[in-house]
Design a protein around this ligand. Structure first.
Ligand SMILES: NC(=O)c1ccc[n+]([C@@H]2O[C@H](COP(=O)([O-])OP(=O)(O)OC[C@H]3O[C@@H](n4cnc5c(N)ncnc54)[C@H](OP(=O)(O)O)[C@@H]3O)[C@@H](O)[C@H]2O)c1
Length: 313
């Protein structure tokens, strides 16, 4: 079988022929139909994750496909695959035949294409858990979402509207946006504070960090909360403690590794919403041999949606 292999941190993946994995206890063999190229894969590939599989390795934390062997799931079952060490501790999903731990697998409804089934987990469950588990969103609240053009941000906008919130979406550019019209749009210019003039929120979902977080945090009203998801715009946040204590805004980190179980519990409902069109996530497909382009694409400002690799037919 063919697999995209990495021989050193940051080196372009190359296609190699490997022996097909044998069926074994606790594992399900999945014929890959789509494999996500996500930020976590870039982080592992760049040597910035806590752990990585021994070199050379096959990256890929998520995928979707069809079961070809295993004890727990019927042969022919459509499934999504995620985590449990795939692409972080041992070889992952960027290959034609995935040797997946049984616990990494979930069932994929027929109405959800493999490309979307591969890509949905991280952005959809992160947005869901941020809103409903971490922030305990209530109907009627005012929600400000930064990085709303991104995968997690756009899902947070959609899910918050669906939960009866009033949503303000903060983006760096209005180009190629696919956000619901019900969200109020604010576009970051040279002065993020000016872009946010007059915005008041009960809840901030920040996917960007840095200067954007610093500008958005004062929009949260006293007694409100802010869920911190990402830090592409900067790793640091400076707080005036006197103001911070007076304003009494709870800073709540999202850690989806620790909240994997909550994400898995929400997955069937999120897949149902993707299937019937209540939720939307754009997916861009690349050939399995073109993983280097996908890794570059997801790092570009202005890209929209998730990247997946698909095998040659
Ligand atoms: N904490 C967790 O458990 C968890 C879970 C999932 C994801 N994450 C993290 O959350 C972040 C967002 O994930 P994603 O999948 O939504 O990523 P994405 O689809 O690549 O979106 C990134 C968003 O950030 C914006 N952005 C990037 N740099 C910016 C800057 N300097 N100033 C303003 N906006 C900027 C982008 O806007 P434009 O490109 O339009 O400029 C885009 O809206 C990532 O860092 C990811 O690693 C964390």
């Amino acid at each position: 079988m063919k697999a995209a292999r990495v021989h050193g941190f940051g080196q372009p993946p190359v296609i190699e022929a490997l022996a097909e994995p044998e069926p074994r206890a606790g594992r399900t063999l999945v014929r890959m139909e789509a494999a996500t190229v996500g930020h976590i894969d870039r982080t592992v590939w760049g040597g910035r994750f806590l752990q990585h599989p021994p070199f050379p390795y096959t990256p890929g934390v998520e995928a979707a496909g069809v079961v070809v062997a295993g004890d727990r799931h019927a042969v022919g079952q459509r499934v999504w695959v995620r985590g449990s060490g795939l692409g972080t501790l041992f070889d992952g999903t960027w290959c034609e035949l995935i040797d997946a731990p049984d616990e990494s697998i979930g069932l994929l409804p027929d109405a959800v294409p493999a490309t979307l089934g591969s890509a949905f987990f991280s952005p959809c469950t992160s947005a869901w858990v941020a809103l409903h588990e971490v922030a305990r969103l209530r109907a009627g609240e005012r929600v400000l979402v930064s990085g709303a053009s991104g995968a997690v941000g756009s899902l947070a906008v959609q899910l918050a509207l669906d939960a009866g919130a009033h949503v303000t979406a903060l983006v760096s550019s209005a180009a190629k946006l696919q956000l619901p019209a019900a969200a109020e749009l604010r576009v970051l210019g040279d002065d993020p504070c000016a872009a946010l003039a007059g915005v008041a929120a009960d809840l901030l979902v920040d996917t960007v960090g840095g200067a954007v977080l610093a500008a958005a945090l004062p929009c949260v009203q006293a007694g409100g909360r802010a869920v911190l998801v990402g830090y592409t715009a900067g790793h640091a946040l400076s707080l005036d403690l006197a103001h911070f204590l007076q304003r009494d805004v709870a800073l709540l980190p999202l850690n989806m590794f620790r909240r994997e179980a909550a994400g898995r519990a929400a997955a069937p409902e999120l897949l149902a919403r993707l299937a019937d069109g209540r939720l939307h996530l754009a997916v861009e497909s690349f050939g399995l041999g073109d993983a280097a382009s996908a890794l570059a694409w997801i790092a570009q400002r202005g890209h929209r949606g998730r990247a997946v690799l698909v095998p040659a037919r």
